[in-house]
Design a protein around this ligand. Structure first.
Ligand code: FEO
Ligand code: CA
Length: 678
């Protein structure tokens, strides 16, 4: 069968579903955990370690927090800790926010962001123009202030991917069997629309934020034109070398930048997520799938574990570096965490290979009790893992800088969630059994390039798609598990308790001693998502949660200035199972109301909610509406067709008949000022 036949065979209606069918397949062959049992013996059970290290239990299993979270005073009160009237659930062509708040569009796809940038001309887009305009599909949003008042600052925004069917006139959704309509010019526009934006914004006397278009800080970062360097264990390694870069030290660009993070010193971290989707091969087997059979065995094993090549885009038809037949090492240069210095517009971003290579969802940072930098990052694939990185040195005036040694001197750990409520963080260190030459790891570079294979050998717990992970200063971390429809009944475990999970769940980790650098902690399930009124769903919420408040598919999250948790959702093709649009929810973590959720904001139809990011002590909230008009618009009453440029499900936010929907960043403030939900 050709790929075209497979697409027809599976009745794949939209791109999101096509992604699932072809590319978000489990690539972890290590699901029975027998090797993990061996590792248990190697690292010992928790109690053994406790005895050795003299660590005492600080938290209780599956209970409420035993560690004091910030500002829990209002927990258990009538209104809880979030003081706003809940929004009603629904789904229509525009966005909605709770009464008493304003959600203003700040930046749209195509907005000129430099003084020289041309105005957006959607009918004749060029890569040259797009390189100076706001990119597509805004995802992570970060902010770093430029003055003490917080009235000027730099907004850092990821542009994760592109949707050709609603970007370009007369094109339609491309058949992934041949990408017939794609030209090099369109591919270059797509490449220029990926990556990130750094822009200066300022708050006027009316309290409203606006772009400072002529700011010298404003820049685009793209896989088309931004040179970056590589540091850490894999820098310069033979597996990182290509024809264009024989030293293995320089890469043009970053892509599929999903979530990210800001460092304590105000640099911007961009996570490279679905990098596999951009690689191409001309060698297909009889099923129309990439044929890895002629490949070196070790390379095929490595590529297979990452789902390479994914062939989601036509870039490999026009650029050799995306074609693994021509540049077999190129994929090794993607799937990393990239650091950008937003205050230095001429600086080259850095790919930090000590944080491992996988489908990094995000890279949220914190500082441990002992002063170490800690970065939590999930690997967003069915049955993949949760990681954290702990620096060797501590955060000081000397190390709190762009390109810090803290990003190369540390250790990457992968999580094993034990049935007894313990989380063990297993170090990925070359030479430590089983990460040895006999198992294919010649050096720490191999361990980092093949992070997934290394984590398999350590017996990490295969999770239900780890999305964003958010640490809080008290040693707590929240892990979003978005869904996993492929987990079977005999594959469930305590940390992934539902088979065929369409709605996901959230895990709360309490690190030992309230210290994010700890190698053990405890975990509990905060909520199991989905409709609590449908018994078969098996949802678990605080009964105070209303029909508006429950949600499915947690994805991104944020902690506000008062330590409170906010969750944004991405239901993708599961959207039809809830009928609700994606949105932002306030989720209680403390006291009697723990597990109670309230709806604060909802997206226009087909949009996924990204960000969220709180700034100005909680008075400003940035939200990113991604791919409005696309996901799940088919088969919903009133929107019974896939969106195209000419016929989209919504034309949000402009509602101009000549303009397709535009992914946009919103800024939320309280009417009259003050803390959001405070
Ligand atoms: Fe790009 Fe895992 O969301
Ligand atoms: Ca995400």
């Amino acid at each position: 069968m050709t790929r075209r036949d497979i697409i027809k065979d599976l009745s794949i209606g939209n791109k999101a579903e096509a992604y699932e069918a072809f590319d978000d397949i489990p690539t972890n062959p290590n699901l029975n955990r027998t090797i993990g049992d061996v590792i248990n013996a190697r690292y010992g059970r928790r109690n053994v370690l406790r005895g050795m290290l003299g660590v005492t239990a600080t938290t209780t299993l599956f209970g409420t927090s035993a560690l004091v979270a910030p500002n829990r005073a209002a927990a258990g009160g009538d209104k809880g800790r979030y003081d706003f009237d809940e929004l009603s659930w629904g789904n229509d062509e525009t966005h909605h926010i709770a009464d008493g708040y304003e959600a203003d569009v700040l930046l749209r796809w195509g907005d000129p962001i430099t003084a020289d940038a041309p105005e957006f001309d959607v009918m004749s887009q060029t890569a040259k123009a797009q390189l100076q305009q706001f990119g597509y599909n805004n995802d992570y949003v970060g902010f770093t202030a430029l003055n003490d008042e917080g009235s000027r600052g730099l907004l850092c925004v990821n542009h994760e991917y592109t949707n050709e069917e609603v970007m370009f006139p007369g094109l339609g959704r491309q058949d992934r069997a041949d990408f017939e309509g794609m030209t090099k010019a369109l591919v270059d526009v797509e490449m220029a629309a990926h990556g990130g934006s750094v822009v200066e914004i300022a708050r006027g006397a009316d309290g409203k934020w606006a772009l400072v278009r002529d700011s010298a800080y404003n820049r685009r970062i793209t896989p088309l034109a931004t040179e970056m360097t590589i540091d850490g264990p894999a820098a310069g390694h033979a597996r990182m070398q290509t024809n264009a870069d024989p030293e293995g030290m320089t890469v043009i660009g970053t892509l599929n930048n999903c979530a990210g993070g800001m460092t304590p010193w105000g640099t911007y971290l961009m996570a490279e997520e679905n990098f596999h989707g951009y690689f191409w091969t001309d060698k297909l087997n009889a099923d129309g799938k990439p044929d890895l059979s002629g490949m070196d065995e070790a390379v095929a094993k490595s590529n297979g574990r990452y789902g390479l090549p994914g062939m989601w885009y036509a870039w490999g038809k026009f650029h050799d570096r995306w074609n693994i037949d021509k540049e077999p090492n190129e994929p090794n240069r993607w799937g990393w965490i990239v650091e950008v210095d937003p205050r230095s517009p001429d600086s080259k971003p850095i790919k930090h290979t000590a944080l491992g290579r996988f489908r990094h969802e995000g890279a949220e940072t914190t500082v441990s009790k002992g002063g170490h930098l800690v970065v939590y990052s999930g690997d967003d694939n069915r049955f993949d893992y949760q990681y954290k990185y702990v620096s060797g040195g501590t955060v000081t005036e000397e190390t709190a800088v762009f390109g810090s040694p803290l990003f190369s001197d540390g250790m990457l750990y992968v999580a094993r969630f034990d049935e007894d409520g313990t989380v063990a963080w297993l170090p990925l260190v070359h030479g430590e059994w089983p990460l040895t030459p006999e198992n294919g790891f010649q050096s720490q570079a191999d361990v980092m390039i093949d992070t997934r294979l290394a984590a398999d050998l350590l017996g990490a717990t295969p999770m239900d798609r780890p999305e964003d992970a958010q640490p809080r200063g008290d040693g707590t971390a929240y892990i979003m598990l978005t869904n996993n429809s492929r987990r079977t009944a005999d594959q469930v475990d305590a940390a992934n308790p539902r088979p065929e999970s369409s709605f996901g769940h959230i895990i709360e980790i309490k690190e030992d001693g309230g210290d994010h650098a700890a190698t053990f902690g405890t975990w509990s399930i905060l909520v199991k998502c989905g409709d609590p009124a449908v018994e078969e769903v098996g949802a678990q919420w605080n009964p105070e949660t209303s029909e508006n408040g429950w949600f499915g598919s947690p994805d991104n999250c944020a902690i506000d200035a008062d330590g409170r948790l906010w969750i944004s959702t991405d239901q993708g093709s599961n959207w039809g199972k809830t009928g609700k649009s994606d949105g932002l929810y306030a989720l209680e973590t403390e006291g009697d109301l723990r597990g109670t959720s309230k709806l604060f904001f909802r997206c226009p139809i087909g949009g996924e909610l990204c960000g969220p990011y709180f700034a100005n002590g909680g008075e400003t909230l940035f939200l990113a509406v991604q791919h409005p008009g696309t996901d799940g618009t088919k088969d919903f009453k009133g929107f019974e067709r896939d969106s195209t440029f000419e016929d989209p499900a919504t034309r949000w936010p402009d509602f101009d008949p000549a303009m397709p929907p535009r992914p946009s960043v919103l800024v939320v403030t309280k009417t009259g000022g003050g803390k959001i939900a405070g």
